[in-house]
Design a protein around this ligand. Structure first.
Ligand SMILES: Cc1ncc(COP(=O)(O)O)c(C=O)c1O
Length: 299
């Protein structure tokens, strides 16, 4: 089965430092600074019917994340946008996932200081058809409650999509999977509801959406799309601090993210939700929006 082929031993090609190279040869040295010190930022994008959804927004965020880590990307945003399409074309992928990654290299001694380590950029694209069986999705996924908290903005560049921030996501996800859950809800350093390990979270109560203010975690591009869709549907959206003790009062809950799209949630630890009309409406509207090729939605 294709899924069993290790990811570094696959055929195909990817974009690496301005060239198309064989996928299996796109390697870095073990002394790479990013590997030792997490000097790495990345993006996750989806390509639908040959169009990368919100590509410009993703590329802008990639550059903003890099800037927060003091990394200067040696290309323009337009060059990266073109490279994303080149990486998709060389893989002949119309529906899939696009992963640009920017990292400090191995040109100097791997110590904390990395002024001259070099900066590399790679973009790999792989097939990942979006999972869209509404009936199946509406059953909802089960979330654990993570023991790890999203850190305060003055302890780490918490709004960057940076590799170092995912250490606690992987720990939380592994703990959840060990208990049979799909993912985990993380609270923040103040104990407020934050997000899942790779997606933002929304709740429904009395026909209104409630979602945490992204003041110490990633302000997802899907999150913003869903808020715009809700507004177009005249569904009020309240972006605010959400306390843990409010969790039993919500009726529906869902995650949003490039990979997750709109994914209903049926459980968070001891709390139960019933994916309903609002989840279904937003799931369907989002699925229609990302496939509306040739409109402003894809740039
Ligand atoms: C930690 C985290 N939060 C939220 C999101 C959702 O962001 P987006 O909708 O831009 O994919 C992601 C996915 O990239 C993520 O990794």
């Amino acid at each position: 089965m294709a899924d069993l082929i290790p990811f570094d031993e696959r055929d195909g090609s990817l974009w690496f430092d301005g060239k198309i190279v064989p996928w299996r040869d796109a390697k870095v040295h073990v002394m790479t600074h990013a590997l030792h010190f997490a000097s790495c930022v990345f993006e996750g994008e989806r390509i639908y019917s040959g169009r990368i959804y919100k590509l410009k927004a993703h590329t802008e965020r990639l550059f903003a994340s890099a800037a927060q880590l003091g990394i200067t990307i040696p290309y323009t945003e337009d060059e990266i946008n073109r490279a994303c399409y080149e990486a998709a074309a060389v893989q002949n992928i119309q529906d899939g996932y696009v992963r640009p990654v920017v990292f400090r290299g191995a040109a100097t001694l791997p110590t904390v200081s990395a002024q001259h380590a070099g900066v590399h950029v790679a973009i790999g694209v792989w097939p990942w058809p979006s999972y869209f069986d509404p009936a199946q999705k509406l059953k909802g996924i089960r979330l654990d409650i993570s023991e790890w908290r999203r850190p305060a903005p003055d302890t780490i560049p918490s709004k960057a999509k940076a590799a170092g921030l995912y250490m606690i996501c992987t720990l939380s996800k592994h703990a959840a999977e060990a208990k049979g859950y799909s993912d985990a809800l993380m609270f923040d350093y103040r104990g407020l509801v934050a997000e899942a390990t790779g997606a933002n979270i929304f709740f429904v109560r009395d026909g209104q959406l409630h979602t945490p203010t992204p003041d110490c975690f990633l302000d997802g591009i899907t999150r913003r799309s869903v808020m715009a869709i809700a507004a177009a549907r005249q569904i009020p959206v309240r972006e605010r601090a959400i306390q843990r003790d409010e969790l039993p009062d919500f009726t529906e809950c869902f995650l949003t993210g490039t990979a997750a799209e709109v994914t209903p949630v049926s459980e968070i630890g001891p709390y139960r939700y019933r994916p309903g009309k609002i989840c279904e409406l937003l799931m369907n509207d989002y699925a229609a929006e990302v496939r509306r090729a040739g409109t402003a939605a894809d740039v």
